[in-house]
Structures are given as structure tokens and as C-alpha cells.
Design a protein around this ligand. Structure first.
Ligand code: AMP
Ligand code: GLY
Length: 432
């Protein structure tokens, strides 16, 4: 197949890598890709958010499939535009991507479908939002409705923090249009995990569970990031929970969207909070609640999940796009996986770019390790940093300990000026 992968991060490198593992050989392109994808695909000088650029390329080159990685082009309607010219695309249409693009919309769908989630109300008036705070107790969660690059969620420990967050969004416009509506939401207690479901408009197949590490430093300290590492499977999700997650969370959403004329095809990513026995139960009464939905593969979850999939991945993605996904399309290998993000000094705040990477060749030789590039580019024959998250180094093994050790063995061979990473990826699984 001729396949275009849209995006430039670790997720897109992992998607491209997994497509390249298929028995059938594909002709692969990335728009724009990174220094890692050049080994597997032809990188195009087209930005991931350049909808007309991608459409023009697709019209001229007639790919069999376009796989859209990030949320921004999905929310801009890239899949709708590709469908219009008859090109198959993996990813939801613009109206479906609102499950991620608008937290208010996602709540509306969940409420209509009876999906367990934190109780929330939406406000456009700061005083009304503040007046509602006592109903929720503390901590309380304040969320900007729209996409805010992962910064639009504030878990407030005090009423003062909650009021300040409301003012930042509704009075001082610090989040622009994304913060023009604000959700005040019940705080959910427990442990988070990620469930990525392939959805073909009607049916869904869950990929193996995973867990992200959102805080920047060891011990889950410091500010939130896009994710500093992940592993799969996440033992907080037991096998017994999976049919329930599909039946009570994923499928009701897919059906509710369909009822509203939205045929959702692509990944429906459910960020879940699992409350342990004895933990504080949510108002929904359920031990499993949705924290958020994303309309795409998670990053870095993808770098730990896709390496565990067997079968013909391109055909699976095409089946999703064609609305004919089968349970047998998802084949999970027995190996488990962990991925460690290597980031630029200063991330998730400001950081410098253009630092030369060394040790990539040696790291690539570590058995059962794969170095995915997140923010890199080729410059004068060298590979240099081009983002906050620079690499996602995945290890595989028969056990989680083996997978984690393999990932760190490869990480320890790589260096660049200012590089840092967490040393405790998968700590929750080990603490069990
Ligand atoms: P989101 O962008 O909605 O995933 O929120 C970012 C992070 O904030 C989540 O991964 C959680 O760690 C935290 N969070 C969001 N909503 C809640 C909630 N209702 N209860 C507890 N933590 C939350
Ligand atoms: N790793 C979290 C996300 O992809 O949104």
C-alpha cells in the first residue's frame, strides 16, 4: 500500500515503524516526519496542520490510506477534506474530533450516553462558575473547554486556586478562545490509565491498556507534560474490566455520535480513572470513570502499545477507515513494553533546540530496544533536537522489569546537551 502518515512526533514514528513491520511492504510517506522517520519513509515538506498541502499531495499521489496522527489537523477537518476527494483516511471527521476538541461536547455525549465520568457544569460567566464551587468540594478541577496544549486543566487544592483559574480563563483570556467556556468538574480519586480503542463507526476493538506519566519529574512531581513515558499493559486495568470498558464507555459513545449523524472512525482514546476498592467513590457510583477523550493515538502510549501488535497493521487501519474492522484485526503479542521520553532541559517550559544527539547508533543495537524520534531533525549530516520531547526509547521483554531495563540501557547510551528523563517509568506497576 501507499500510505501517508501525518505528523512529526514519536507517535508518528511508531505508526510508521509498525507499518514497516508488516509482511507486505508498503510505500511510506510522512508529512512532515522527523529525523527518525527518514529511515523508513519519504519525509514531505508539508506541515501536519497544513490541510490544503496534505490534500493537494493526496490528490496528486493517490495514496491508499492517510493516517492522521495529531489532534490539530483532525479538528481542522483534514479527514473530511480527504474523504471529499475520495482518499481513505484513518481518523475521525471534524465533528467526531470534537470529543477531544471540546470538553463540553464530550461531557454532553457522555451524559446522553450514560457513560460514567466526573460530574461537571459549563460556565461562560466567572461569578457563576465561582458560585458553583462549593457543590464540588476540594480538590476541584477547572478545565478550559477547548484545546490548550495540555495546559488547560487545573487541579485546584484550594478555593483561591480554583477562583484564580476561573479568572485566568474567563476574565483575563489567558487561554484565548479555548478558555471562553470553562468546566468546573468533580475531582476523581484513583489511578489513571489509557485505553486506545479502534473504532470503525459502529464496532470497536480495544488495544492493550497502557499508562502514561504526565508529570515531568520522578515520583510524579513537577508540572504536567505531554507525557514522560508509558508502559503496556497497565495492571491497574484487569482483564475483567475490559469488556465493561468497551460496553459501558466506548460503544455507548460511538452509538451516541452515530445517532447525531457522526460516523466516528479512528482511535477513540479514553483516559480513565480507576478508583481502588476502599477509595473515594465518584458521584457516578462507578469505579471506572472517564477523565477525558482524545480523538487519536496517545503519545507516548503509542510507542509502548504498537510494538506489541502483530498482524497486518495497514490492513487493520484501512478496515477502520472502511468501516469493516474485525476483532481478529488486533493481534497482541505476549511481550510487554515500556517507553522512556528523553526531553530537552527546561521542558515543559522553554528549552533550546538544535543540540546534536550522540549515541543513537549504539542505542539502536541494544536487543529489543527501539529508539523513536519525537522532536528531532537532520541538519548538516547530524541529528539535532527540534522539540521538548526529543526521543521515546522503547524496550520490550517477557516481563515489565525486562522491558524497562532494556529501555534504560538504550537511554543511557544517548546524550545531548541538556538531556533529561525520568528514571521511574512503570513505578506504579512495580509498587503493586
Ligand atoms: P485532561 O487534559 O482532561 O486529560 O487532564 C489532564 C490531567 O488532569 C489528567 O490526566 C488528570 O491527571 C488530571 N485530571 C483531569 N480531570 C480530572 C478529574 N476530574 N479528577 C482528577 N484528575 C483530573
Ligand atoms: N499521553 C497523553 C496524550 O496523548 O494525550
Amino acid at each position: 500500500m501507499k500510505i501517508l502518515v501525518v505528523g512529526s512526533g514519536g507517535r508518528e514514528h511508531a505508526i510508521t515503524w509498525r507499518l514497516a513491520q508488516d509482511t507486505e511492504k508498503h510505500e511510506l510517506f510522512c508529512a512532515p516526519g522527523n529525523a527518525g522517520t527518514t529511515a523508513l519513509a519519504t519525509n514531505l515538506a508539508i506541515g501536519a496542520e497544513d490541510v490544503s498541502g496534505v490534500v493537494a499531495w493526496a490528490e496528486a499521489n493517490k495514496p491508499d490510506l492517510v493516517v492522521v496522527g495529531p489532534e490539530a489537523p483532525l479538528c481542522k477537518g483534514l479527514v473530511d477534506a480527504l474523504q471529499k476527494i475520495g482518499v481513505k483516511a484513518f481518523g475521525p471527521v471534524q465533528a467526531g474530533a470534537r470529543m477531544e476538541g471540546s470538553k463540553r461536547f464530550a461531557k454532553e455525549i457522555m451524559d446522553a450516553a450514560g457513560v460514567p465520568t466526573g460530574r461537571a457544569k459549563t460556565f461562560t460567566d466567572a461569578e457563576a462558575a465561582k458560585a458553583a464551587l462549593p457543590e464540588y468540594g476540594l480538590p476541584v478541577v477547572i478545565k478550559a473547554d477547548g484545546l490548550a496544549a495540555g495546559k488547560g486543566v487545573i487541579v485546584a487544592e484550594t478555593t483561591e486556586q480554583a477562583e484564580a483559574a476561573i479568572d485566568d480563563m474567563l476574565v483575563d483570556n489567558k487561554f484565548g478562545a479555548a478558555g471562553a467556556e470553562v468546566l468546573v468538574e468533580e475531582f476523581l480519586h484513583g489511578e489513571e490509565c489509557s485505553i486506545l480503542a479502534l473504532v470503525d463507526g459502529e464496532n470497536a476493538v480495544l488495544l492493550p491498556s497502557s499508562q502514561d506519566h504526565k508529570r515531568v519529574f520522578d515520583g510524579d512531581k513537577g508540572p504536567n507534560t505531554g507525557g514522560m513515558g508509558a508502559y503496556s499493559p497497565a495492571p491497574v486495568v484487569t482483564d475483567a474490566m475490559l469488556p465493561d470498558i468497551k460496553a459501558r464507555i466506548i460503544l455507548p459513545v460511538v452509538r451516541e455520535l452515530k445517532k447525531r449523524g457522526i460516523v466516528y472512525r479512528g482511535v477513540l482514546y479514553a483516559g480513565l480513572m480507576i478508583t481502588p476498592p476502599g477509595g473515594k467513590t465518584a458521584l457516578s457510583g462507578s469505579a471506572v470513570n472517564v477523565v477525558e477523550f482524545n480523538a487519536r493515538f496517545g503519545d507516548p502510549e503509542t510507542e509502548a502499545v504498537l510494538v506489541r501488535l502483530g498482524g497486518n497493521f495497514a490492513q487493520t487501519l484501512l478496515n477502520v477507515a472502511n468501516g469493516c474492522l474485525k476483532d481478529s484485526d488486533v493481534v497482541v503479542k505476549p511481550e510487554v513494553a515500556a517507553t522512556v521520553i528523553v526531553a530537552s532541559g527546561g521542558y515543559p517550559g522553554s528549552y533550546e533546540k538544535g543540540k546534536a544527539l550522540s549515541g543513537l547508533d549504539k542505542a539502536a543495537e541494544v536487543p529489543n530496544a527501539i529508539v523513536f524520534h519525537c522532536g528531532t531533525k537532520a541538519q548538516d549530516g547530524a541529528t539535532v533536537t527540534a522539540g521538548g520531547r526529543v526521543l521515546s526509547v522503547t524496550g520490550m521483554g517477557a516481563t515489565l522489569r525486562e522491558a524497562v531495563d532494556t529501555a534504560y540501557k538504550a537511554v543511557d547510551l544517548i546524550s545531548f546537551d541538556g538531556a533529561f528523563h525520568r528514571r521511574d517509568i512503570a513505578h506504579r506497576a512495580f509498587e503493586r
